[in-house]
Design a protein around this ligand. Sequence first.
Ligand code: ATP
Ligand code: MG
Ligand code: MG
Length: 554
Amino acid sequence: EKKPAPNFIRHIINEDIQTNKHGGNVATRFPPEPNGYLHIGHAKSICLNFGLALEYNGVCYMRFDDTNPSKEDIEYVESIMRDVRWLGFEWGEGNLRHSSDYFDQLYDYAIQLIKRNKAYVCSLSPEEIRTYRGTLTETGKDSPYRNRSIEENLDLFERMRLGEFNEGEQVLRAKINMQSPNINLRDPVIYRIKKMTHHMTGDKWCIYPMYDYTHCLSDMLEGITHSICTLEFEDHRPLYDWVLDELQTPCHPQQIEFARLSLNYTVMSKRKLNELVINRYVNGWTDPRLPTISGLRRRGYTPNAIRDFCERIGVTKSDTCIDMALLETCVREDLNTSAPRAFCVQRPLKLIIDNYPADQVEYMEAPWLTEKPELGVRKIPFTRELFIEQEDFMETPPKGYFRLQPNGEVRLRYGYIIKCISVEKDPITDEILAVHCTYDLETRHGMPQSNRKVKGTIHWLSANHSIPAEVRLYDRLFTVANPDSAGGDYKDHLNADSMIVLKDSRVEPDLATAKPEDHYQFERLGYFCADEFDNNAEHLVFNRTVTLRDTWAK
Ligand code: ATP
Ligand code: MG
Ligand code: MG
């Protein structure tokens, strides 16, 4: 195991341990809102929070930040837990939490704030609240309800809880400072009425606490020491601290902000991902073209590759856009040394070896994986009739084309050198139906001419022994690096060729039992895995994770 690189958060933690700031403890949390599937940006936060807990022998809570019942769904809760575990992290017994677990305590704290004259019930409409709040250049104006008595506030807040008001009629606000240059401190709403069933608390509540109020208190209740969030919460930190200070809570977690991950050639906001899913630009949240963890898994990404990526991008305080090529490099590097090799012919062209006996079968031996000799060898059936890639034959090739051509020779990988002697065409359409060759018996592995050099080597499969498969060639979802600022709507830049489905491909017979998280390198083509949902014994489906080289680099 490599030692993690130093970063500013580890620096803070090391200092806190030295000064015994949180009793020497490290407690973090990963707090997603269950309103969508996790994406690669969340993976950065997961690796950071769970990683720090492991590194410092602390704890990381898995907390669902479920304060908004209107957007949350149990499907999301389940996918999130699966994805965190799949990435290789465990929260441990008793460490699965929900913000909604704390609704009673949050309510009690709200009453305390009212009693300390630090919160009031405001009866302005949502529009009025917005107007009174002011803008960046214009300070806010006090609400006419700001000076309600503590008794009246307690009574109104209780009646809010009992359901006596409609949504939007009353809110509870923190009494801070309408003149603050920080808009977040201009008497933020901390409770609102929502007459909705909650996925955890059912109909117990019709008032729900707001994110900022909930988050700091949930952190405090769990004894979080370092509350790590993304940079856009920097301006919320004064509110985070205000709530804990006013309530004189027994502990005070430190909020630390870091730069969120953004990646080129994709979009990452849940709002946009949701839009692509709902409007069927992609096939659900698990579509292999999406940057969701479930999409990446289905595409053939490995937990190793994603963790390595998160380590390599590091943790900083400045927003940068990471190149998709780095993510692709991480998965290539992982699979290069771990994925067994196999042959696949994506677009088959019949090749007939005229001088090879019609009913003979030889088994050509090839390593599953050179790096892992213990996996043994695969035996690829070789026969008179083969398939090669259409693009590995050209009747009138350009200069420098070293694959098969009339009168030319190539080596069939792990097999013989063959020579093309004629081309069989459809008399009407002129389409190439088959290529006829002869083979040189002496060029097989172990034979005297086995080292004879030819310029091209191509892959092949036996026409009768190979098995049919559907191959899905995935590519980047957008044609431009930054779809948000490339002009027009981001959806105008979707890549029309982000998925190419080949229904007549062939693979080695041993792949009949391939399972979703088995990864293969299809030699010369790229890394592939069986599709999580559509692959079965009757109908094999392989997804291309990534090509062997970066074909986008110019
Ligand atoms: P989005 O903006 O995509 O909707 P979010 O921040 O609203 O994301 P949450 O479910 O609240 O989504 O995120 C859970 C945790 O993951 C938060 O702590 C958040 O800081 C972190 N996170 C979300 N997106 C990223 C990202 N792109 N890079 C790093 N961390 C992220
Ligand atoms: Mg959020
Ligand atoms: Mg969001």
